[in-house]
Write a protein of this length. Sequence first.
Length: 331
Amino acid sequence: MGSSGKPRAVVTGITGQDGSYLAEFLLEKGYDVFGVVRRSSTEKFERIKHFQDRITLMHADLTDQGSMIDVITEARPREVYNLAAQSFVPTSWKQPMLTGQVTALGVTCVLEAIRVVDKSIRFYQASSSEMFGNAQETPQRESTPFYPRSPYGVAKVYGHWITVNYRESYGMFAVSGILFNHESPRRGLEFVTRKISLGVARIRLGLDTEVRLGNLDAKRDWGYAGDYVRAMWLMMQQETPEDYVVSSGETHSVREACEAAFSHVGLNWEDHVTVDPKFYRPAEVHLLLGDSAKARTRLKWTPEVSFRDLMGMMVDADIERLQRENQHGAV
Ligand code: NAP
Ligand code: GDD
């Protein structure tokens, strides 16, 4: 609790997709929110600018131990949500060292800061279905063995186990949320759903004719980010720290995502999607499908936005955004 009497939360990765939704959610719940941002020559606050005046931003980096200790010391939160990561899978082959430093060791940096300052602070780790990779069973649940297929997935496995280890070594309330893919109009432009939704919007407005994609057969369990941040918070309110799978329980191919997005505005995806091997990965995760029975039963969590509604929402948002930019002469 801060002097205001409100619970305090630190969110790393607040400028990212999930950070922005989680911060909004926590503000609605009456929290004082402290967002960790890293120094940049230009500000990248697009996702948080509509509530920036209601939160406190603090400078730190997950690769700098002292800076994280300062954040935890100054904010003195009840809860820390570690969402920061190098999160784009293809980049993890191009920058495997950086990915390991931020996405793996960065987790230890935050846990160490908590251990040193106050072990009673609760910790959430943003773990990933990419840890299942070459999935050893379908659907994947908390007990499914990990078999990561990218340097990113390997780094997330480290992040998961170091979280479990700090819980077991120091009795800390540290939980790992194993979240399957979740998307939104705030998704980064390079991820496949957003690439498709922006492509559809540009084609619909006559700004483009095609979208170039890689493997159309890959299948993912896609949900809406706004639903998934609710699960993060619920995990942190339980009596005991445990790990949970969070997923929609449906799997769809990239091809189906194209079909849903193009048909939403009356277009045929086959007229506009070109397969470009440039976007194939050195090792692919072919099929993800999560079993979130534990989260649904214990946390009473249920997602509210369906796959087709999600793709439609993202296309509509991109069309609106492009039209707005056009009015201001940016297109
Ligand atoms: P995102 O949009 O890529 O956001 C990543 C955030 O991490 C950004 O705020 C970024 O800051 C920050 N960051 C990167 N390197 C950092 C560093 N060295 N120090 C401090 N901050 C740093 O990711 P997201 O989709 O919101 O995902 C949030 C978390 O959940 C990530 O850990 C991701 O791996 C994990 N996850 C995501 C999904 C999903 O489907 N979205 C599923 C499972 C797990 P800048 O703005 O400065 O770049
Ligand atoms: N990005 C991208 N671009 N992916 C493509 C493309 C393309 O042009 N064409 C096909 N795909 C396929 C990829 O090969 C992959 O199988 C699938 O679409 C999803 O790719 P992404 O949207 O980039 O997400 P991801 O599944 O690799 O990773 C996301 O979800 C993870 C949870 O499972 C990220 O958010 C990770 O940070 C997260 O942990």
